[in-house]
Design a protein around this ligand. Structure first.
Ligand code: SF4
Length: 495
């Protein structure tokens, strides 16, 4: 791993390598199956889960429909509470704003609490280029950072590492980043956690600037919310003098009553807990308590384009619980890195191509990174119909058409590599529109069934090499029905 998502190969190429990694597959299988079983039990405890899920989806949909209104309300509330709001159209602008804010404090170090938005923008690299060192403080993010690695899961970014690997990373790298690992560190979870705690405490006590994300931003009061399990986030949010929060514009919820729904949906879906061990909320600044300066950077970076697509926009409901990853048979085998973005698994397969546009073979391949089994839809606490969006995006890849890119309506060309599929589908569509031709074709196929090859020639060979071609029946259903009237054996009489 190189510590960057730039230049990642298409999903099939990346997955080809990762599916051969037996240790990775074993780590993933063990972790996802454990979380998924616990989550099922936590969800089953609630009689009104179905209603909660529907309420979560409805609140998100309504908020997205009136996003312009709620974002302006959020800005007014944050400003009134003593914070400063910045608007970032894309990753480069967000990084420029944050780097400028840090440099203005005179500091050259920041502590970070897990923020997917800054993973998306590649903030750590931009800070490093400006001579600022960013320390990740979430335990799993720390493991990823020390290992020069990339996150591979939304909730457990180091899910692909086992305990022995983590111990080796700590022993090898901690000294370069601060307090070294204790002598004779073992791979017992308690020992690993203690090593991370000692290493991070030094950072928390020294840091003057923190960068965070947020799970939610409440428009009516300007309150930001971070939920977590370790308490590291709370240290980041309260100890430093300056707090900079980088938040996607879709994270806004209108009111505290709306927030209540998500504070029930999120913990059960993500960590299988009834409530998060740490729920930290902050509203602007308060004299003598917490950071003295608070900046909120609201990040678009493709979200407005996504909003313009009435089918695809449901991906913006996502509350990053990771339940869809933990039930996905493709994610379980391919691992998170194959998705080439901080958003792996089913949600990554629909979110990344929309946020970035179908910009490269990677984004074009992601809508195909699914068996369409529907397990992700079943698990999603805000009822995102991921299979529907996947099929919608596949259509866009194959057919091209009108989309919104960087705020402008534009027509994208159909992908070249899908020419055969497109031709076959068009021919099939034409045949289904002409029943007589279809009937003659079916009869011809039935009469010549003894001559059919076992494998397809030309470009279809790769497909048929891995599958049995379906056998053509001796007569079509239509002919069978006309002959037997549904099995009665009497032509022309109802059975
Ligand atoms: S798509 Fe749904 S299940 Fe997947 S991370 Fe988002 S909210 Fe959770």
């Amino acid at each position: 791993m190189t510590g960057t998502y730039l230049g990642m190969p298409s999903f099939p190429r990346a997955a080809d390598a990762s599916t051969r990694d037996h240790r990775l597959r074993a780590n993933l299988r063990r972790a996802t199956h454990t979380i998924r079983a616990k989550r099922d039990r936590a969800v089953a405890e609630l009689d009104d889960w179905v209603q909660l899920r529907a309420a979560g989806a409805a609140v998100k949909d309504r908020t997205l429909r009136h996003l312009d209104h709620y974002l302006v309300q959020l800005e007014e509330s944050v400003t009134r509470a003593g914070g400063t709001v910045h608007w970032a159209a894309d990753a480069a602008e967000a990084n420029r704003i944050v780097t400028g804010l840090v440099l203005a404090t005179g500091e050259r170090e920041v502590v970070k609490v897990k923020s997917m938005a800054t993973q998306e923008t590649g903030l750590n690299g931009a800070l490093a280029a400006a001579g600022i060192r960013a320390y990740e403080t979430d335990l799993a993010e720390l493991i990823v950072q020390l290992g020069d690695d990339l996150p591979s899961h939304i909730l457990v970014p180091a899910i692909h590492r086992n305990r022995a690997e983590i111990r080796d990373i700590f022993r090898r790298r901690m000294a370069e980043w601060g307090l070294p690992a204790p002598e004779g560190l073992t791979d017992r979870p308690a020992d690993l956690a203690e090593a991370a705690r000692l290493h991070l405490r030094e950072k928390f006590l020294r840091a003057k600037v923190a960068v965070s994300g947020a799970n939610f931003a409440v428009a009516e009061t300007g309150t930001l919310v971070v939920v977590e399990s370790e308490g590291n986030g709370r240290m980041c949010l309260t100890l430093p003098e300056t707090l900079i929060s980088v938040v996607g514009i879709e994270k806004v919820v209108p009111t505290w009553r709306d927030l209540e729904i998500f504070l029930q949906l999120l913990p059960r879906s993500s960590t299988a807990e009834r409530m998060n061990p740490y729920t930290s909320m902050w509203t602007g600044t308060t004299d003598g308590d917490g950071p003295r300066a608070f900046h909120l950077v609201l990040l678009d970076n493709g979200r407005t384009d996504t909003l313009a697509d009435t089918t695809g926009r449901q991906a913006l409901r996502c509350i990053r619980c990771s339940a869809c990853l933990n039930v996905c048979p493709v994610y379980e085998r391919a691992g998170g890195h194959a998705y080439g973005s901080p958003y792996p698994g089913p949600i990554g397969a629909v979110l990344t191509p929309q946020l970035r546009g179908l910009a490269s073979p990677l984004e074009e391949s992601l809508p195909y990174a699914s068996s369409l089994c529907g397990a992700c839809f079943e698990a999603c606490p805000v009822a995102i119909d991921i299979p529907e969006v996947l099929v919608h995006l596949r259509e866009r890849v194959v057919e091209g058409g009108t989309v919104t890119l960087r705020g402008t309506r534009t027509v994208i060309k159909p992908a070249k590599r899908h020419a055969t599929e497109r031709t076959v589908m068009r021919a099939a569509g034409w045949a289904f529109d002409h029943p007589r031709v279809l009937r003659r074709g079916q009869r011809l196929l039935a009469r010549t069934r003894g001559l059919h090859p076992g494998r397809l020639p030309g470009p279809g060979r790769a497909w048929s090499d891995a599958r049995d071609l379906p056998e053509v029946p001796p007569e079509s259903f239509r002919d069978w029905w006309a002959r037997t009237r549904g099995g009665s054996g009497r032509k022309g009489e109802p059975s």
